[in-house]
Design a protein around this ligand. Sequence first.
Ligand code: FAQ
Length: 325
Amino acid sequence: MYAQMIKSEASTDDPEQLKEFQAKIDADIKVEPRDWMPEGYRKTLIRQIGQHAHSEIVGQLPEGNWITRAPTLERKMILLAKVQDEAGHGLYLYAAAETLGVSRDDLTEQLLSGKMKYSSIFNYPTLNWADIGAVGWLVDGAAIMNQVPLQRTSYGPYSRAMIRICKEESFHQRQGYDIMMKMAQGTEAQKKMAQDALNRLWYPSLMMFGPSDKDSVHSTQNMAWKIKMNTNDELRQKFVDQTVPQAEYLGLTIPDENLTWNEEKGGYDYSDPDWSEFFDVLKGNGPCNADRMEARNKAWDNGAWVRDGLMAHAEKKRAAKTAAE
Ligand code: FAQ
């Protein structure tokens, strides 16, 4: 809906300014908050950065659910640190979005009212400990594949946020792979759990890269603006090529009968996810959409007294300063 709004609005931008802007993008000069930018560029960035921030925050829920049940103290500490990192990523990203003239409260309201999306992957459940390994390995693995090129994105604050986020994501991916290694090398029952987690999370992870290029609404314009550096299918292919040998090393099988090495293209042929399932999850009908939104709404309502307290404190300080002057 939001995307349609962006596309259907006639551009009121001056053609000369647009030309200069494109020349700047083509010369790889970063766009900074006070620079002139087309309205469409600003809006699509708010959409992408905002959705990305929401994903980091909602993404804490499936893993947060396992902090109290991590099998050892060490695993608990690692998972706690990872989930806290995701909160930090959300905050850097909200701050980057705010430089485009939208408030964090506005973005949160749009998430809570269902106007803004978050990544489809977080609408799937984490049923057992092996799922926590698979989330780190596959979900953070897919996130890195998408985010490493975003370090070079054209909008300065987004690019700088991504540089820091990527450093932490690579630790996240390794902790997931480490859990998978322990499970895959464990008892028969543990190995079965690891395979089952891979079976359930493989296709949802492929969906994280977005619809196939032919159905991607924003790719063409956003690649011209260097907001996106690769198409959805390019990144999905790279992810498959990187992940298949990792699964082989674990002794696990990717749940895809069509998976074959294609010498000519230098990559694997693989089956697409079920795109009708993807669009259904986006409409709010995934296994956990309702739970995730309920949890975020509850957190927002429970935090009202903190926000009110901070506002009252700021008002008191402002009044004292005015009185002293
Ligand atoms: N889920 O035209 P395109 C993480 C929507 S990583 C939901 O191709 P675009 C780390 C899209 O918004 C996950 N919606 O769109 C972590 C658009 O709808 P709209 C977050 C999706 O923007 C790990 C429509 O479909 N990463 O959180 C999805 O050019 C573990 C048409 O699609 C980012 O957000 C989807 N998977 O490309 C945290 C990265 N895919 O808005 C905790 C930054 C597409 O018009 C634990 N974002 N849609 O209503 C991007 O790179 C891009 O926005 C894409 C989508 C690639 C996600």
